[in-house]
Design a protein around this ligand. Sequence first.
Ligand SMILES: Cc1ncc(COP(=O)(O)O)c(C=O)c1O
Length: 419
Amino acid sequence: MNSNELFQKSLKYVPGGVHSPVRSFKGLHTTPRFINKAEGARIVDEDGKDYIDFCMSFGPLILGHRNPQVEEAVIAALKNGWSFGACEKYSLELAEFIVERIPFIDKIRFVNSGTEAVMTAIRLARGYTGKNKIIKFDGCYHGHTDSMLIKAGSGLAGTTTASSQGVSPAISNDTLICELGNLEQLKEVMEQHKNDLAAVFIEPLPANNGLLIQNAEFLKAVKELTDQYSCLLVFDEVISGFRVSFQGMYTHCHVEPDIVTYGKIIGGGFPVGAVAARSEIMDKLAPVGDVYQAGTLSANPVAMVAGLANLQQLTDNFYEKLERQSLKLVNIFSNWLTKNGFEDYSLIHFQSLFWAIPTHDKIINSSQIPGNIQERFKVLFEELLNKGIYFSPNAYEVGFVSSAHDDDVLSEIEQRLWQ
Ligand SMILES: Cc1ncc(COP(=O)(O)O)c(C=O)c1O
């Protein structure tokens, strides 16, 4: 069966034919490609067509598909068994490798996804501070836990409403929303709720609603405010962690969060998330403390081994090279866009993340994003898809460059673009 046939069949068994809505080609003229296999920078669909991939599983694959060291480690690990529900050394090796390299964390707990990491961070922040409300920023995504599926309400700053059906108002009322980059508004909301604020959550590099790059001064000011109001600062680094440097956005803004959440790259493409912090916070988690958190498959040995084999390759040189390749790529795309009817587009980029958007303005929050960019994106996405270049199928998703996007792949992209 080809991709379209598989999709039609999936519609019968799976809601919308997909297991995560971002995989759907909703609103596009074509149906999702069913991927059969992948290697390096390439994916191949069930129709036998290959694409140079910039979705990269939405971020985990910083080394490309089927990185040989990760593959070898996983195959070896499988031979020892793939789930014990008991202590094992693999998660300890990964924990040590991470904690020893990141200055603001003493302990880490592994979970199964970014959503689970954020869910744990919320409960941990509440348990540690004894307070209930959390602040998040419009335009930051923190997974699909109830407390984070919240959008700004109309009217006063800080009023909120659920962004999904099924979220109880009792939960949405405890999440307050602020605008990225707007310190005055944040101060106002914090002052208003000063007696009940557990934490401020932020993607220090917001990369889920386009790429809304914040300046370091803003992040520093947010940290000062969380200290002033005796609540915690949580950096959600599910995307930026290990991507923009091994130490994530800390390297770029020199702000130490109280809690950090990880996902994606930390598992090398296997289902892993993590929450980490100083000991005094982490020791609030069960079995030491009274904040409950658990998981049957948490710290799955195969995933732990994959994560370690992945992270061991992320040296300073690695990041320098990846940034150089990413800049070359941005130039290739920018040049092509300008000369092929997309001159209104620019590429906002940060290290190995990029976002194609039909404006040349600087954009730091959601309200500055031009309306209806999805309509314009459709044309670009489908043209690239036909040329064998695979972007995530949504105007608000960023592109991910991996170390597999080497010079040979870049030359091939140029050829595909211009042919
Ligand atoms: C910043 C951020 N937080 C949390 C999540 C949720 O992670 P997961 O999809 O693994 O549940 C994502 C996923 O894209 C994310 O980008």
